[in-house]
Design a protein around this ligand. Sequence first.
Ligand code: C2E
Ligand code: MG
Ligand code: MG
Length: 258
Amino acid sequence: MAAAASLISRPDFLQAIDRRDLSVVFQPQLTADGQSVPSVEALLRWRRPDGSFIGAENAVAFAQSAGLIDVLGLYVLEQACSAAREWSGVTLAVNISPTHFAKPNFAEDVARVLDVTWFPANRLEIEIIESAAFENPEHASRQIEKLHAIGARVAMDDFGTGYSSLSLLQRLPFDKVKIDKSFIDGIPATRSVAILHAMIALVRALGMKVTAEGVETVEQQRFLKAAGCHYLQGYLYARPLPADSIPAFLAKYQPAPR
Ligand code: C2E
Ligand code: MG
Ligand code: MG
């Protein structure tokens, strides 16, 4: 059973970072035809010495409230880049919380981690949720440009659950949009299908890639592929896996198209 954010103490958290009790798992993201694995998403896991687990969202909420969100963000980035360096040609997606993304030196910090870990910038994708861009779109746009300048890409995560402001999509040069699982769950209900068609067409028309999150059934996969989604992620293909299971998983698929 996962502990709530309110049950975590600062020394607990800092000790977990020091002792590397916080780990990162990786969930494959496949092309819509299911043939190759162009990317993996890094997801935080925290198993305490007593065997209890703290869910990713609770760990992030705690780090946020304790003013440690950039410590956590850079820790995950460094762990993930170190692990993924040898997965040739595979893009690494890393979640970054809105407050961390808003820090003026965020892109410089990312560049430093890439240097230290020898991870190629063109294989890194930063995932941010809509609220990271909504508060201050001008600043978000500059951050995205800085990340593009170092060679990284930026995806909008959980699209459709927040403000869903179309002006954000119009103004900000995201490389990819990830449609939230809550929409995928609705397939094949008529209204869900109508909304998904419109979302996918919109994102594609803006020249961005589109990923569907939380794909669990073959019916969902068939619909999303036919509707024009580029990438699919979900339990249908793989749960998040420890780093040492990824090479064997990748070996079962064709090399990712360039
Ligand atoms: P997210 O970035 O949208 O990640 C996808 C979440 O959906 C993950 O949950 C993943 O395990 C889960 N998922 C993927 N496919 C399926 C599926 O087919 N069915 C179901 N039921 N679930 C699926 P997880 O790992 O618990 O992470 C939850 C959220 O916590 C993430 O949502 C992200 O917002 C946040 N998070 C995780 N790791 C980090 C991190 O390192 N930094 C930050 N800032 N946030 C993180
Ligand atoms: Mg994500
Ligand atoms: Mg998501």
